[in-house]
Design a protein. Structure first.
Length: 271
């Protein structure tokens, strides 16, 4: 077997998590990531039949039965993952309709997957229905998006438009907009189900006074998606208290979408 720490999916996740911590998005043990892996990508690095132990998941997801996930551990600090990935990360295979996770690698200190594991898996189900290429769910706590949820209406259309108007790339990067949930208790199936529902229509879901969930086909796309929204929120928070003399008009947003060949969410532009 090859050294799993050299696997592209492993080195990319470690690099991404280190970068997320450096951005200030994942203080302490805040945030979590899950990546859907194919057995063909795993088999050179581990024996899929060698189960270390089983863990109850507390939910059911028949659509994910037999699927493999690289996932962050509960209570693990993002800043430390680069030094001991085998302790802070794990690879699991869902079984028994998603009610059980079979640990195949990682969590070497006896740990388990993130408390947001159900929310991640529910969002994976939603995104795979929309786009089978969406294989990453990323949750973090970007400061400016959090700040924006304290001072901006949580109406999804209004929130999206405010972000789109902050810089030209926004409507190109997330033309479907941003969905928003009011504050809810985290680490529960309730918020997982609500997030999964929102994931049916957008790859970004803001948790008010908490953070954001992003989905994408790979770690680069998902990281960039959140990075773009957070940059827009930073600009918004810098100018929200000032008189606005200029902005990107709805006509301008339409021209951007047409030029770059993206479909803007229906009803979000006033034309």
């Amino acid at each position: 077997m090859k050294d799993i720490l050299t696997a592209p999916f492993m080195t990319e996740l470690v690099r991404t998590m280190t970068n997320m911590y450096a951005h200030g998005w994942d203080e302490r043990n805040g945030g979590n990531v899950s990546v859907l892996l194919e057995e063909a990508a795993l088999s050179p690095y581990l024996n899929p039949q060698a189960v270390i132990r089983t863990l109850p998941t507390g939910f059911e997801a028949p659509e994910l039965d037999g699927r493999y996930f690289l996932v962050t551990g509960t209570g693990k600090y993002f800043k430390n993952v680069q030094y001991d990935p085998a302790k802070d990360l794990g690879i699991v295979r869902l079984a028994k309709g998603g009610a059980q996770a079979e640990l195949l690698w990682g969590f070497s200190d006896g740990g388990r997957f993130t408390s947001e594991f159900p929310a991640h898996m529910m969002s994976h189900v939603s995104r795979l229905r929309v786009d089978p290429l969406n294989k990453v769910i990323l949750h973090c706590h970007p400061a400016n998006l959090l700040a924006m949820t304290f001072v901006h209406a949580l109406d999804e259309k209004a929130f999206t438009r405010s972000l789109w108007q902050m810089c030209s790339e926004c409507v190109i990067v997330f033309p479907e907009g941003v969905n928003v949930l009011p504050w809810m208790l985290c680490g529960t199936n309730e918020i997982g189900e609500a997030t999964a529902k929102k994931m049916e229509t957008a790859r970004l879901v803001v948790w008010a006074q908490h953070g954001i969930y992003g989905a994408g086909k790979d770690l680069d796309e998902t990281f960039g998606l959140i990075e773009t929204a957070e940059k827009a929120a930073e600009i918004y928070m810098k100018i929200a208290h000032l008189p606005r003399l200029n902005t990107i008009s709805d006509e301008g947003l339409t021209r951007l979408a047409e030029h770059y060949g993206v479909k803007v969410r229906d009803g979000y532009l006033n034309l």
